[in-house]
Design a protein around this ligand. Structure first.
Ligand code: SF4
Ligand code: SF4
Length: 188
């Protein structure tokens, strides 16, 4: 059995865990560790801390362990955990906020995931959609995986699955307003 010495947990760590929960609009005391979230999570097999354990770390004030986990960076934000939770806890939001806090603390256990997310959002903000060919090229350049998936590019181009010209949605201003609203909510 893994023993945790809670007398070593600092008030600052507890406060930071509470702040992560506040931003996700979650009361950590609502979780009674039933595990339904982890049981339904399609990514949990590959996670070092399944969603139930991420919540547990926050409940105990074990900030470093939560922020160092790879699982928030693997989370697909699919919402299955949140839908399954008998307590109505927004675990998806918790994973999102742990990821943000992890990034702010410079921990990013899966930097490629962070690079991809930033590029994806930047491109959607600019064009209203992601143009996979440019997203893939930018990702390869930024992540250092220069040739990743490049082998399939000629075939995809020849079959018209991707094009050279970047596509944009008609009402790009509406998309930018959505981004502005999200950014306002994030800073609140
Ligand atoms: S399903 Fe809800 S109550 Fe159960 S462990 Fe997950 S977060 Fe906690
Ligand atoms: S939102 Fe994330 S943690 Fe929740 S079920 Fe989906 S992948 Fe798993």
């Amino acid at each position: 059995m893994h023993t945790v010495n809670l007398s070593n947990v600092s008030p600052d760590a507890r406060a930071a865990c509470a702040e992560i929960a506040r931003k996700a609009d979650v009361n950590l005391r609502d979780c009674y560790q039933c595990g339904k979230c982890s049981a339904g999570c399609p990514m949990s097999e590959d996670m070092d801390l399944p969603p139930r354990q991420v919540i547990r770390k926050l409940q105990l004030g074990l900030l470093d362990e939560a922020l160092s986990a790879s699982s928030p960076w693997l989370c697909a934000q699919c919402q299955v955990c949140s839908v399954r939770c008998p307590q109505g806890i927004d675990i998806t939001g918790i994973m999102r906020e742990v990821r943000r806090a992890s990034k702010a603390a410079g921990k990013r256990s899966l930097p490629e995931s962070d690079v991809f997310e930033d590029l994806f959002l930047k491109k959607v903000k600019k064009k209203g959609r992601s143009n996979e060919q440019y997203l893939a090229a930018s990702y390869n350049m930024s992540s250092g995986h220069l040739m990743q998936d490049m082998g399939s590019a000629p075939k995809m181009l020849s079959k018209g699955l991707v094009g050279v010209k970047a596509q944009s949605v008609r009402d790009i201003d509406a998309v930018r307003k959505i981004f502005e609203k999200c950014e306002e909510g994030r800073d609140a």
